[in-house]
Design a protein around this ligand. Sequence first.
Ligand code: NAI
Length: 475
Amino acid sequence: MAENKFDVVVIGSGPGGYVCAIRCAQLGFKTAIVEKNSSLGGTCLNIGCIPSKALLDSSEKYYQAIHHFKEHGIQIKDIAIDLETMMKRKDQVVKELTDGIKFLMNKNKIQVFNGIGSFYSYSTDKIEIQIHNNDKQEIIETKKCVIATGSQVITPKDIGLNVDIDGEQIIISDHALSLKKIPKSLLVIGGGVIGLELGSVWNRLGTAVTIVEVLPDILMGLDGKMRQIARKSLEKQGLKFLLQHKVIDLQKKQNSVLSKIQTPKNETIEIETEKVLVAVGRKPYTTGLNLEKIGVELNERGRIKVNEHWETNLKNIFAIGDVIEGPMLAHKAEEEGVAVANYIANKYAHVNYNLCPFVVYTWPEIAWVGKSEEKLKEEGIEYNVGTFLFRANGRAKGMGETEGQVKILADKKTDKILGVSIVGPYASEILGEAVVAMEFGGSAEDLGRSFHSHPNLLEVIKEAALDVNKEAIHK
Ligand code: NAI
């Protein structure tokens, strides 16, 4: 095959794109990946999941040192934050992981083009690449193309606020991950995942954080009872929530921002903070791809329309990840990346969207999969409930991490697990067991009767599963 001809070209190197490229290479396709940024890994690795988790861990260690080390009999004098070092560590974590992707591309003989990719003229099999830091264009040919260009932030203007993101006073997550000074106060617009995670980081480091959420509660996808437990725990740490409130105006002052906020009673209150973080979601990113010219259809929300095989209305052009429908999550994009490669090779692939897990990396962590109690009621499905508190778990007690609980919902007739939600220490890790059990169509009894080493946080899952049929031992 000529050098500029490929079997598959993937546009975008986020978790969807790079995973797809690796799977394509494994399947024997001559594969290329096009990335507009100088570093691979997309939003997740560079300015999303990974740097935020690095800062969440650093800030949690600081918070623990101040608030909980004493309980363990550890006394530290003069605890202080060196923000520069904290940020450098975070940057190093990002660098090692993005370099790791470069290594994986080489190892799998995937050709990387650093530049902006777009469909060339009116053709669907030619990609033009505007090479990074260079005036050069390159045109490559491909049999199939996978669009994995991800998403971009929803701006204040998108929600009717007449200010620009300036990176100083009005910021988005990119900036909140790299602040040079700890702000005295921060107003966060949006009580979603970014609001809670980055709100937690700065709250732990000493910032007074207020989160404004337009809906009646945070994380509306989570089971109602568990939502309350999570919110109360975050409130105890100092996060302030204004629910069913809406920011209607932002005015920049010299060193602060004045936010006008509409209350549920239609009154207007004003809050002045050093910075405002806009975290109201993300929108698909298709800029510059030339999709209009070649005729790829988008839906009314700007997401690329695909069928059940991730194929667009144009044969041989596929799309995955944030740019199509579904939750904007790295692991959802990864599953689609592997599946679309398998489909291209074998015409068979499947993603079980019902079991896509959701995790919020606050502390305690919040994690869930499957259906909430509210959803089961809405669908008229009869269920049993099992719960268990971390407070009654030996490992959690030993760690001094006793906040939160597990809740399991299982079908009343068959005992099949329908939903699991966890608020507690390492909920993100614990949830994995539930996802696997559900993937195999497991029942609450299956989970409850499986060996769990002792003492272990996962025993909380076992006990909650036993509690579904009122057989919990330590309850
Ligand atoms: P999000 O969709 O999670 O939350 C946005 C929140 O803003 C919602 O609760 C929404 O009701 C609220 N909102 C919308 N308009 C508003 C307004 N005008 N005033 C007040 N509240 C308003 O979006 P977020 O937090 O920006 O995250 C973006 C994406 O990144 C999401 O898809 C999220 O899943 C993903 N992400 C995932 C993480 C994880 O899995 N741990 C971590 C960080 C981001």
